[in-house]
Design a protein. Structure first.
Length: 271
């Protein structure tokens, strides 16, 4: 891991009609980190990631990935630096696992699509890495939720990006596959790749992430080591929930929600 920034954002703003979704966000992320992006629904996590990958346009401010100003780049060139892993695979009827992962090589094709021997080698290595080799001819639509998620991550992995953006990778997974997916992402972040994960499971983020970015209502509340920034006061402030934040026998943080609390200044219920 190095301290050289792979992502630099300055005064990022975006509005949809009269609604400003991001309010002048600024931060940077070093290379080779697993970064947790957490906050309540509607806080701007997915919006910010879509601005980074230029799926959203019309934002103001500046975004640089590996020193490249993305506002001056075409989508195919951004795809060589930034890979997206969506929360849902969508309708992929008839598409095999091999073909789905091969789509990750598309940004490197110059003209008519025709995979090279290098593309095939890279994809086969990724299928082995993510435990998908035996499923390569199986339709993606027939996979389990965990297998689909690993396929999406493998597709992003073969893009060889500097920055991978992962949206809610464990939302439909059971405990075993949640841990498995996070371990894959952590291994990738130990290479030269930086991985940013938007996720609701705070305990999972605290365990695996090197940094956490905490958001609320289009603003960044704090950024730092999860073992330092995730506190009971922070949970109350961001989520309006009373929680117990503890440390287990392995030194890992866990968050136990207890009850919702009324935000300061809210009217009392009832008459």
């Amino acid at each position: 891991m190095t301290d050289d920034p792979v992502l630099e954002i300055e005064n990022l703003r975006i509005s949809f009609g009269d609604f400003e979704a991001l309010h002048g966000i600024s931060f940077s992320i070093p290379k080779g980190r697993l970064v947790g992006l957490i906050g309540p629904n509607g806080c701007g996590k997915s919006t910010m990631m879509k601005c980074i990958s230029k799926l959203h346009t019309g934002w103001t401010g500046s975004i640089a990935v590996d020193g490249n100003d993305t506002s001056r780049m075409r989508p195919p060139d951004i795809a060589k630096l930034v890979a997206n892993v969506p929360a849902e695979v969508g309708s992929m009827y008839g598409v095999s696992v091999m073909d789905m992962v091969m789509l990750g090589r598309y940004p490197f094709v110059n003209k008519v699509w025709w995979e090279s021997e290098d593309d095939e080698r890279i994809v086969m290595e990724a299928l082995k890495t993510f435990g998908l080799e035996h499923y390569r001819r199986k339709q993606v639509s027939l996979l389990s939720s965990g297998e689909k998620q690993r396929t999406l991550i493998a597709k992003a992995y073969v893009q060889n990006p500097k920055l991978m953006l992962v949206d809610e990778p464990t939302s439909h997974l059971d405990m075993k596959y949640k841990l498995e997916v996070m371990e894959y992402l952590q291994k990738m972040a130990r290479s030269d790749m930086t991985v940013m994960v938007a996720e609701h499971d705070i305990s999972l983020m605290a365990r695996y992430c090197d940094l956490c970015i905490i958001m609320k209502k289009g603003n960044i509340v704090t950024i730092g080591n999860p073992k330092e920034v995730i506190t009971e006061d922070l949970i109350r402030k961001v989520y309006e929930v009373e929680a117990r934040v503890g440390v287990d026998t392995d030194g890992e943080i866990y968050v136990l929600p207890k009850r919702s609390v009324q935000p300061a200044g809210a009217p009392e219920g009832g008459e």
